[in-house]
Design a protein around this ligand. Structure first.
Ligand code: SAM
Length: 281
């Protein structure tokens, strides 16, 4: 089997199929096999595992995932690509390509048959950068039985997802993500391993879902966290006052949860936000 993720093979495939990378679909194809195999190895769990891949492109990552997993289901939006993938992945008999916008699929419906058959369902992707956050939030909110997500994204965005408190990258997105998942840095990826070369560096992150806490109403918790970060330079008291509309009440819930009202949201860890939520509740 010829490895797809090399500069020469990628060029050969693009020429053979008269293809060019479409910018509006965020197409940057991986051309470094060492990096692709590391992503695949990190993404696939031991045991009976199905990988849902978002955006297989010409199959660079799909091919390596197919070696590691029992089954790969790859969702691609570009209607030129299923025919190309039928050619490049002709040897991979455990891959199914679905021509569909990932943002439009019913995740619960597509994972259910695999969960019923005892598969662990994971997600892997070299994400199209223009829709990284909508894709991840779709998965975070779907409650579709997916156990982990291993994805490449723009490095600056990865830094925000993984940020710890008291850093410049820490924001509501970091808190909400880290409430739902354990976030692990897997790999940093330089620009020169793609064709075409993007303008930014990338990083691979892994999100592993935590157990749901049934005592927390997630939409309410998310609204509270976002409210606390509305204006970064403002104190928690002022941001919370704008969210709940009563200054004395805002002061009381902060004090009751042991947080100095003069602090800023960026100094609060996840456990403090949970404490604040309980106090507001
Ligand atoms: N996996 C390939 C690789 O690593 O070389 C291609 C990655 S490329 C950065 C992103 C891929 O996602 C492209 O193939 C693009 O067509 C596809 N894509 C973009 N938007 C999509 C969407 N909404 N649903 C599914 N695929 C999408």
């Amino acid at each position: 089997m010829k490895v797809i993720a090399t500069p020469s093979r990628t060029k050969e495939i693009l020429e053979k199929h008269n293809l060019y990378a479409k910018k509006n679909y965020g197409q940057n194809f991986l051309i470094e096999p060492g990096i692709v195999s590391k992503i695949a190895a990190a993404a696939v769990t031991a045991g009976k595992c199905v990988v849902f891949e978002i955006g297989p492109g010409i199959g660079a990552l799909t091919q390596m995932l197919s070696k590691e997993a029992d089954k790969v289901v790859a969702f691609e939006i570009d209607e030129r690509l299923p025919e190309v993938l039928a050619d490049t992945l002709a040897d991979c008999d455990n891959v199914e390509v679905v021509l569909q916008d990932f943002l439009n699929i019913d995740l619960k419906e597509v994972t259910k048959p695999y969960l019923d058959e005892g598969y662990e369902v994971v997600v892997a992707a070299n994400l199209p950068y223009y829709i990284t956050t909508p894709i991840l939030f779709k998965i975070f909110e779907a409650d579709a039985g997916i156990s982990q997500i291993t994805v490449m994204m723009q490095k600056e965005v990865a830094d925000r997802f993984a940020a710890k408190c008291n850093t410049k990258d820490y924001n509501a997105l970091s808190v909400i993500t880290q409430y739902r998942c354990t976030v692990k840095n897997v790999l940093k990826v330089p620009k020169n391993v793609f064709n075409p070369k993007p303008n930014v560096d990338s990083a691979v992150l892994q999100f592993r879902f935590k157990e749901n806490d049934p005592t927390i109403n997630e939409p309410m918790f998310y609204k509270l966290v976002k409210g606390c970060f509305t204006q970064r330079r403002k104190t928690l008291l002022n941001n919370l006052f704008e969210t709940i509309g009563d200054k004395e009440l805002a002061r009381k819930v902060l004090t009751d949860s042991g947080i100095d009202p003069a602090r800023r949201a960026e100094s609060c860890g996840l456990e403090e936000f949970i404490g604040l939520y309980r106090s507001v509740e």
